[in-house]
Design a binder for this molecule. Sequence first.
Ligand SMILES: C[S@@+](CC[C@H](N)C(=O)[O-])C[C@H]1O[C@@H](n2cnc3c(N)ncnc32)[C@H](O)[C@@H]1O
Length: 244
Amino acid sequence: MTSAQSDPVKQQVATHWGRRAAHFDEDFGHSIRTAAERTAWDRIFDLVLAGRRGALDVLDAGCGTGFLSLELASRGHRVTGVDFAPAMLAEARRKAAQHGAEIRFEEADAEQLPFASGSFDLVVSRHVLWTLPHPEMAIDEWIRVLRPGGRLAVIDGQFDPNFSVHQNENARTSNEYAAIGDQLPFLGGRPREEIEVLLHAHGLVNVGSDPVRDLVEAQAERMVEEGRERQTRRRYVAWGEITG
Ligand SMILES: C[S@@+](CC[C@H](N)C(=O)[O-])C[C@H]1O[C@@H](n2cnc3c(N)ncnc32)[C@H](O)[C@@H]1O
């Protein structure tokens, strides 16, 4: 039993993503669909990896269907992905098998990891911070499992009330989140600059961030190509390191 299974807020979150697992990759922005998006993501992974050489031990916290896990495994890293929604993990495992990728996917709470301190060189997380009841505890936990000199990279966005999302793809307006939204302190997302301050406050050094404008633009172009209304919203990748 993971620590999340006795927490009613986390149960609601896990139920939501379990319900969406089969179609998650089809929802807008979850997969790479165009050459411009590929170019943008390659640059983002360069920022995440910061020139580190050799095969790294990587943790993907809240891995979902394994987007970051698969991308990092394809770059030669040893990846572990954790999530507490079994259906998301099943999808991640299916995709890894399909791609012949050896990735360890485990059911676990991203806020209370079942790993010894200093187990990883890199911890990554995409679109997870906003949905945690204790995001600051999670940051401490992600830092705890890093080795000296290890790096944390968080990819997330900020909610924009003018950015319209298809009802089926909108977690915030779902029944599950309606019941618990007030217990998720980062629900609307936080500004990139605030995340940098937070990473500093949690003891990281060499903190930096990038607004991933190329990805935002590439996705906006795709909206137009697909006959949707062109929209942009604020996104970021933010990183920091623990002292070596
Ligand atoms: C928006 S999805 C993002 C999935 C994936 N990181 C991606 O970028 O495609 C959020 C994921 O975080 C997972 N999650 C949320 N809170 C979690 C927690 N406390 N422990 C483990 N997984 C969590 C959910 O089950 C869901 O799969």
